[in-house]
Design a protein around this ligand. Sequence first.
Ligand code: GRF
Length: 187
Amino acid sequence: MVKKKTCIFISGKGSNLKNLIYRSRDNKFPIKICLVISNNMNAKGIEYAKKFKIPYLFINTKIQNYENKILFCLKKYQISFICLAGYMKIISHKLIKKYQKKIINIHPSLLPKFKGLNTFSRMLKNKETKAGCTVHYVNEKLDSGSTIIQKSFFINSNDNEFSLKKKTQDLEYKAFPEAIIKIFRNC
Ligand code: GRF
């Protein structure tokens, strides 16, 4: 199996990045992480790129045409697949067009419910009975591309934003790798 050269986009903690790095060290896992891009110079996740000697790049999204810099680097590292792992920026039309059905995202809710930010507080306010995560393709609309995998759990009366986040992230560490395996299982 030829591993797909993959770039992970992050903005913060990078625990999903860390998990994918570990998983991708397995010969049978379909992707090789060849590049990490962050729009936040202080993202903790960058430390994992350094630790595992993965090339990384900081992109200042305030600069005009920053997408060209991203596209240049993706080409340089021959990237054919992109995972958004806590990347807090909308992906440009140009990038989506270039990487049709090749960009996936992980979101901390059972989409189509609770697109966008502050998912856990909105879930609690809405008295939801179930929470979870969704791995989906990225298209032009926020958190709206087709679902690849969804994992859920029941919310109990003791749950708060902190516990929901912890339970959701534990599921994310299973869902993200499973989604990637599912995408490439016939390759
Ligand atoms: C995850 O919970 C993901 O669902 C959301 O951002 C968070 C990123 O966490 N999109 P981390 O940076 O991978 O720890």
